[in-house]
Design a protein around this ligand. Structure first.
Ligand code: UT7
Length: 328
């Protein structure tokens, strides 16, 4: 079967207005701006307003991506929302976004792969278009991590923020588009980064709430070691599958968890810092939304030109990881 080349034909991002600075966090937990900046690179993050939920952020980013693609919401065949902070268990956040957009003919589902979710979503969507099943698919990474963050836990509360990034996928000319995907998972590391309360294993109860099991738990240094190892190897594997060399990368769009993790990936790929899109100083770690926000911002800043070779790479809870080579 002949597969159509598939690429990203429109991007968009939305971040809430409220900025939470390191200085404000100094008033909340035993931490300081210098520690946060040197250990993570983060200076501030965005926090959703009380009336905003994940689907609201996703909707704002999606409208921009759809307009940039030159289509209307009614042209969409499918909406995939990658998130670990859905508005509700069900209906899915993707169904809520479908309704807000008026994307009447679109199917819709959520995808759970934590910070790797957007790349998992791109892989799913691109194959559906390549085989001719669908023409236009909207892939969104959206999170309200502030709703599952314990603002008395300095190990995690300094890291996370809220926001959404979106991409419309469609057919592109020969030679362009996605060249490869590398997806992976290691469920044995699931307990290193998780939210254990509120599911079928530990339903919500006064006890589960009192023991703070509705907040993110993270074994930071273990996740850090995994991230350093996997970011480089996943990117290398995606390049190998695409038949491309490290030296051909024009821009790396990494998951924005920690600037030291990004620097280690750059070293492994022999790339200077200018070849990475880094915006975690402004937004912190937005899980599934980090990569699409970084991509949309790179497009806004004209850092992406036709024919450029982009490598998208991320890792996260699960444990999961994903990388893709994309010719713009
Ligand atoms: O999207 C994927 C999710 N997560 C990640 O990618 C996070 C990966 N991990 C990391 O980015 C890093 O491990 C952290 C930024 C979370 C922590 O940095 P670290 O260099 O690994 O620090 P550490 O956990 O080894 O802690 C070093 C020290 C400890 O004090 P002691 O035991 O040496 O006295 C911590 O208690 O720093 C202390 N510490 C803090 N100090 C000030 C931990 N958090 C803070 C804080 N402010 N916020």
């Amino acid at each position: 079967m002949k597969l159509h080349p598939v690429g990203i034909i429109g991007t968009g991002k939305y971040v809430p207005e409220r900025i939470l600075t390191n200085q404000e966090l100094e008033q909340m937990v035993e931490t300081n701006d210098e520690w946060i900046v040197t250990r993570t690179g983060i200076k501030e993050r965005r926090i959703a307003a009380a009336e905003q939920a994940t689907s609201d952020l996703a909707f704002e980013a999606s409208k921009i991506a759809i307009a940039a693609a030159g289509i209307t919401a009614e042209d969409l065949d499918l909406i995939i929302v990658a998130t670990i902070t859905p508005d509700t268990f069900f209906p899915s956040t993707a169904c809520l976004v479908q309704e807000k957009l008026g994307a009447k003919k679109a199917a819709a589902f959520d995808l759970s792969a934590a910070c790797s979710g957007f790349i998992y979503g791109l892989a799913t969507a691109s194959n559906m278009i390549a085989t001719g099943m669908y023409k236009y698919v909207l892939v969104v990474g959206a999170e309200c991590l502030s709703r599952i963050t314990d603002y008395t836990d300095r190990n995690t509360c300094i890291l996370f923020g809220d926001g959404a990034g979106a991409a419309v996928l469609g057919k592109v000319p020969e030679g362009r588009g996605f060249k490869s995907f590398e997806l992976g998972a290691d469920g044995s590391g699931g307990e290193l980064l998780c939210l254990s309360g509120g599911g079928s294993r530990l339903p919500s109860s006064t006890e589960s709430i009192a023991s703070k099991q509705h907040f993110i738990y993270m074994a930071g240094s273990e996740v850090f070691k995994f991230a350093v190892r996997i970011m480089g190897s996943a990117a290398e594997e995606a390049l190998r599958k695409a038949g491309m060399e490290k030296s051909e990368i024009d821009l790396l769009i990494p998951h924005q968890a920690n600037v030291r993790i990004i620097q280690s990936a750059l070293n492994r790929l022999n790339l200077p810092e200018e070849k990475a899109m880094i915006n975690l100083d402004k937004y912190g770690n937005v899980s599934a939304a980090s990569i699409p926000i970084a991509l949309a911002e790179a497009v806004e800043q004209n850092r992406v030109n036709e024919g450029d070779c982009l490598v998208l790479v991320g890792f996260g809870g699960g444990l999961t990881w994903g990388a893709s080579v994309l010719v713009w």
